[in-house]
Design a protein around this ligand. Structure first.
Ligand code: IMP
Length: 427
């Protein structure tokens, strides 16, 4: 079972770090295939806690090769500081590999991200401000800068010139900002070249070779299904494809090579940034979920919006990703509620709808239809087997599984590394 995709089944922040942690030593390669340092996950190793943004979580497993695929956007300053931060803590980062085709986030992308959001005013997306959208826009517009361009000053200069030609007009005339000098950007980017050179290679070739040799390759999605630029709640999405197909384009492997697609599913729902969220809570239950669940962004520090579990979304994630398994996280956060509402359908303009509406207006009008499931009060953090869970917690998991369309193969019952119940092996 060599190729697995691990991705968020909701709006991100489902606790992917815990799942990669569980796979731990059995994975040979961990590959990021999209997104950039807009992502953030916490990985706990022993008594050490690491917050990773751009680096694949495999960087923390000694036997594993971490790979940044072609579909990722790389801010070289962030990458180097994340690497040196890990090295200072004694982590060996020398195995990291970076695709020469990955696009670079430059200072003008970050500037564009911020000024565009400001310009959008109340229509803003609530981006992380890391330059993600503008970098992907340049990639699609064919004026992006790739990692490999760092090693050819003449090409780099020409490309930066081409990119800034238009952007400087926009910055000066539309946003009333100072134009950005080509030489300054080129100089800054060249300054990263030597530090990065040793990591850069043809990751597509390498990964396909690894799969030919039956190595275990884990493709690690950032963000989540509903933030996918094609399948998410557009325009309130990120600018890449976290869904399973993104693993193929973002790493250069064919769909026939993927054996298993695991969706990380929080036992309730959270979202950061703007956009529709049918089960969002504005009352003390929402506050309680936020406090107990520690729902504050690893990357931005922003409070996450919180709501009850939404089975319509989970079912949709199963469909668009072809999920084979779920990893249900943070079940322990729900301990203490007498009964727990679960959204089983939406009511849209008087109609009951059980599939995610493809029409944006409909989704904005969707009101959750709840079914009440009985809660539990016992501490579940020590549960090792499914049968250790209180009957009502077992029934909650079974109901979610039934509604969501794929087996729940693992359950997170606490933040610690070993606070996980594994029902089916992922390998
Ligand atoms: P961007 O990816 O910075 O362009 O932001 C677009 C949207 O995706 C915003 O609503 C962000 O809050 C959201 N977003 C980006 N990365 C993450 C993540 O890792 N977790 C949750 N939300 C994210």
């Amino acid at each position: 079972m060599p190729a697995l995709v691990l991705l968020g089944a909701q709006w991100g922040d489902e606790g992917k770090g815990k799942a990669t942690d569980l796979l731990g030593g059995s994975v040979d390669y961990v590959v990021r295939y999209q997104g950039g340092n807009n992502a953030g996950h916490t990985v706990v190793v022993g008594d050490q806690k690491y917050a990773l943004h751009l680096l694949p979580s495999g960087i923390l497993s000694p036997g594993c090769v971490p790979v940044i695929g072609n579909g990722v956007v790389v801010d070289p300053a962030v990458l180097l500081s994340e690497l040196s931060g890990l090295e200072e803590r004694g982590v060996d980062t020398s195995k990291l590999l970076i695709s020469g085709n990955a696009h670079l986030i430059t200072p003008y992308h970050t500037t564009m991200d911020k000024v565009t959001e400001r310009f959008l005013g109340k229509r803003r997306i609530g981006t992380t401000g890391r330059g993600i959208g503008p970098t992907y826009a340049d990639k699609i517009n064919r004026v992006g800068i790739r990692v490999q361009d760092l090693f050819d000053e003449s090409i780099l200069t020409q490309k930066v010139e081409a990119a800034l030609d238009q952007k400087n007009q926009i910055l000066a005339k539309l946003y009333n900002r100072r134009a950005i000098a080509v030489e300054q950007v080129v100089e800054e980017l060249l300054g990263y070249a030597d530090a990065l050179r040793g990591y850069v290679c043809d990751t597509t070739l390498l990964l396909n070779d690894a799969l030919d040799q039956d190595k275990v390759v884990l493709f690690e999605g950032g963000q989540g299904t509903l933030l996918d630029v094609d399948h998410g709640t557009y325009p309130f999405v990120t600018s890449s494809n976290p869904t399973a197909g993104g693993a193929c384009t973002g790493a250069g492997v064919g769909p026939t090579r993927i054996d298993r697609v695991i969706g990380i599913l929080k036992a309730y729902t959270t979202r950061v940034g703007a956009g529709p969220f049918p089960t969002e809570l504005f009352d003390e239950d929402g506050e309680k979920l936020r406090t107990i669940g520690g729902e504050r962004g690893v990357t931005t520090g922003r409070d996450r919006r919180c709501g009850w579990f939404d089975a319509v979304i989970a079912r949709y994630a199963t469909r668009v990703n072809g999920l084979t398994d779920f990893f249900l996280t943070k079940l322990d956060v729900l301990t203490g509620w007498e009964s727990i509402p679960v959204c089983v359908a939406y009511e849209i303009d008087g109609r009951r709808v059980t599939e995610l509406p493809y029409n944006q207006t409909d989704f904005h009008h969707a009101k959750p239809v709840y079914e009440m499931l009985p809660g539990w009060s016992e501490d579940i953090s020590g549960a090792k087997e499914f049968s250790d869970l209180p009957k009502n917690a077992q029934a909650y998991v079974k109901a979610l599984e039934e509604m969501s369309g794929a087996p729940v193969s693992a359950i997170g019952v606490g933040p610690g590394r070993d606070e996980t119940i594994q029902i089916n092996s992922f390998l």
